[in-house]
Design a protein around this ligand. Structure first.
Ligand code: PLP
Length: 390
């Protein structure tokens, strides 16, 4: 196995964690097996009691295909250990239940499911939770002093691509002996490695860039061995381990992660630059543009600016809907990170449930369109946007 401290990310994507077999398969076979046999009771007890590594039962994640994927996932974020999950929300839920019982603070405009889980569902179990926006960061220290032990954020955030200073926030969180958990779905490990900047755990919706083809649902959690071991029993008994078939499909996709994300970075920048000059576009939100408020910070803490951007269309929400409806290559769908480009209007999808004044507080105007740039030719994508803008 390559050493993840010294080996480049593209090499780790291909080689980390891969197992061969008696036939010489160059990558890990799919073990659909649900249970594994032992040659003696002593050998079984060694695995059950944690003295020996080994396969045991697939829901526990003790399956060679799942463990091979987890070795690769850990390597990609420079982590000691990783857990694979059946979805990004499953990874978040297990993490919050295992480590968030003393209180959770969510900073900024997180994914809708995350906001619902932290804001509405976990409080039903008695977990104290707090949602604060980027402009309310001065509340963080008080909430930590009052006992919150887990801080969660996304950077770049959805959908306004707000950038948070991971090293600075990690220092504030650690001063209170709390944990910083970063949702790195938008950036992917190609563009940003939060653990190296001081985060304690990284969570991914692997459904997005890690899977990369809009054809699998999975999640991932990476961090120290101690923290991963604390979450493991929750994954086991919530039953949120991915199927071996999905684990193998995700490992397949990860082998091409670097080339995909680098192409998406380049295309998103080209689109952002072209749209910044278009008379029907009022504002382009993309951290790669010098006029973006988070540009300098993003240039410092990211290796690339990502494949996500947002356009504020001149006119009202209906005018923006019309642009979205006229697009031919960009499909109207609320996801991201796939090979095909997607467009969503947050006021009609991801943030539809919020009252208009709450959307305004978050900087989400009705005429905002969020783009997930795929792997098509960038000039074709720009031409599609230009024809749709009319
Ligand atoms: C999609 C998404 C999630 C949830 O992931 P699922 O795989 O759909 O459960 C979490 N965070 C972000 C940033 C996402 O985009």
């Amino acid at each position: 196995m390559p050493d993840s401290q010294t080996t480049a990310l593209a090499t780790l994507c291909v080689h980390a964690g891969e197992l061969t077999d008696a036939h010489g398969s160059p990558h890990t076979p799919i073990y659909t097996t649900t249970t594994f046999a032992f040659h003696s009771t002593q050998a079984l007890l060694d695995v059950v009691e944690g003295r020996a590594a080994g396969s045991l039962y697939t829901r526990y994640g003790l399956n060679p295909t799942i463990q091979s994927l987890e070795t690769k996932l850990a390597a990609l974020e420079g982590a000691e250990a990783a857990l694979a999950f059946g979805s990004g929300m499953a990874a978040e839920a297990a993490t919050f239940l295992a480590l968030g019982r003393d209180g959770i603070v969510c900073i900024g405009d997180a994914y809708g499911g995350t906001l619902e889980l932290i804001g509405a569902q976990l409080p039903q179990l008695g977990l104290p939770t707090h949602l604060i926006l980027g402009q309310e960061l001065d509340r963080l220290d008080g909430l930590l002093a009052a006992g919150a032990r887990l801080v969660f954020l996304e950077t770049p955030s959805n959908p306004t691509l707000e950038i948070f200073d991971l090293a600075a926030i990690a220092a504030r969180v650690h001063a209170h002996k709390a944990l910083l958990v970063v949702d790195n779905t938008f950036a992917s490990p190609v563009n940003q490695q939060p653990l190296a900047l001081g985060a304690d755990l990284v969570v991914h919706s692997a459904t997005k860039y890690l899977g990369g083809h809009s054809d699998l649902t999975a999640g991932a959690l990476m961090g120290s061995k101690a923290l991963i071991e604390a979450v493991w029993p929750w994954r086991k008994n919530l039953g949120s381990t991915p199927a071996p078939e999905t684990a193998a499909l995700l490992a397949r996709s990860l082998r091409s992660l670097v080339v995909r994300v680098q192409a998406q970075n380049a295309a998103a920048l080209a689109i952002a630059e072209a749209m910044a000059l278009h008379p029907r576009v009022k504002r382009v939100l993309y951290p790669g543009l010098p006029q973006h408020p988070g540009h300098a910070l993003a240039a410092r803490q990211m290796h690339g600016f990502g494949g996500m951007l947002a356009l504020e269309i001149a006119g009202d929400g209906a005018a923006a809907s019309q642009v979205a409806d006229r697009l031919r290559l960009f499909a109207l769908a609320p996801s991201l990170g796939g090979a095909e480009s997607l467009v969503t209007q947050p006021s009609t999808t991801t943030h539809h449930g919020l009252p208009p004044e709450e959307r305004a507080r978050r900087g989400i105007s009705d005429s905002l369109l969020r783009l997930s740039v795929g792997l098509e030719d960038p000039d074709d994508l720009i031409a599609d946007l230009v024809q749709a803008l009319g």
